[in-house]
Design a protein around this ligand. Structure first.
Ligand code: TXA
Ligand code: MG
Length: 322
């Protein structure tokens, strides 16, 4: 699709969902809300459509994408589920968990989706609009976050339009995303489950469900989430983390009740779930109001539960840019 087509905003009703599905069937790109962030969807079986995702996002490499399906039955037509994967799918789907599993032969997915790997990353989202789009479309939808590559992920339809208007056919406006950070990505090696990306499902919940620890991803391991570039989620201006006493000229992103005078607070009550839901929205708001020479300083966020995902995104947002 050309770069100057008008992007339509669709309502999250019957008609909007049918339009979204029809556009996907025509090979177009459609953004839609999931409970984590807005996804940029394309028919995962259509090479041209999947290639358009990389083009629209300006994604520099053909990193593999997550496919989205409406339920476990459908997921089983694309991936092989061993007992641990079955247990996790039953416990946490629909929800913010992506499983990396062996791909079925003849799954019919575009090789661009999996970047030629034998595995496939698969997820069943919970958001009613995502469910509606998937059921109406009736096929697997490849969907990375609906933002230009390297920038802050979108948790509102307007965020999607800010970054991709004119480059995609439509966005379904389903309001704000409840979780606010991307799904937790879990892979498996010979020894058991491996955390490939912390995200919206706390790793503690996964370990409790399986009754075994979840390994951290080893540097240089064969299974990895290759999309995990170091600099990512980057605002325009610089960032500094773990700042309990901000410099007087900085914009301060607080967490918890002790951050009096913060420009914005992720959660006044110190609630990590609320903080995750606010994270990308607050980063965008601070970035929009910052002068070019101003820095965003962020208060310490505890490293447990959803704090793992929040700190992961903050570290990438603050990392040196290429
Ligand atoms: O919450 C989410 O997961 C959102 C919503 C839209 O569902 N999607 C999302 O997709 O965050 P994306 O493309 O931004 O992140 C996909 C991640 C990348 O880091 C990629 O490298 C990894 O999944 N991935 C995909 N397929 C993989 C595979 N076969 N093996 C290992 N990692 C894989
Ligand atoms: Mg992303």
């Amino acid at each position: 699709m050309s770069n100057n087509t008008k992007t339509r905003t669709l309502a999250p009703d019957e008609y909007g969902l049918r339009q979204a599905a029809a556009l996907l069937s025509d090979g177009e790109l459609v953004a839609f809300p999931t409970e984590t962030v807005y996804g940029l969807g394309a028919d995962a079986r259509n090479d041209t459509s999947v290639a358009q995702i990389f083009h629209a996002k300006g994604r520099p490499h053909f990193n593999p994408l997550i496919i989205h399906v409406p339920d476990l039955d459908s997921a089983e037509t694309f991936a092989v589920f061993h007992p641990d994967a079955q247990a996790l799918a039953q416990a946490f789907w629909p929800g913010p968990l992506t499983l990396v599993l062996p791909q079925r032969a003849n799954a019919g997915l575009s090789p661009l989706v999996t970047a030629g790997l034998d595995s496939v990353a698969i997820r069943v989202p919970e958001h009613p609009v995502a469910q509606g789009v998937l059921q109406s479309f009736g096929g697997p939808v490849a969907a990375p976050s609906a933002n230009p590559s390297g920038r802050i992920s979108p948790t509102r339809a307007q965020h999607v339009l800010d970054g991709l208007s004119g480059k995609i056919a439509a966005v379904v406006d389903g309001g704000a995303c409840a979780v606010g950070v991307e799904s937790t990505i879990l892979g498996f090696d010979e020894t058991g489950p491996v955390l490939l990306r912390p995200g919206g499902l706390p790793v503690e919940a996964i370990a409790a469900c399986l009754g075994k620890p979840v390994a951290a991803r080893a540097e240089g391991a064969d299974i990895s989430a290759p999309g995990q570039l170091t600099s990512h989620y980057a605002p325009r201006v610089g960032m500094r983390l773990n700042i309990a006493k901000p410099h007087h000229d900085a914009l301060w992103l607080g967490f918890g009740p002790d951050c009096e005078g913060a420009t914005l607070n992720l959660s006044l009550g110190g609630d990590l779930v609320e903080a995750a839901a606010n994270l990308f929205h607050h980063l965008r708001a601070l970035d929009a109001q910052a002068r070019p020479d101003q820095v965003i300083e962020v208060a310490p966020v505890p490293e447990h539960g959803l704090g793992l995902a929040i700190n992961d995104r903050l570290k990438r947002a603050a990392a040196p840019r290429d």
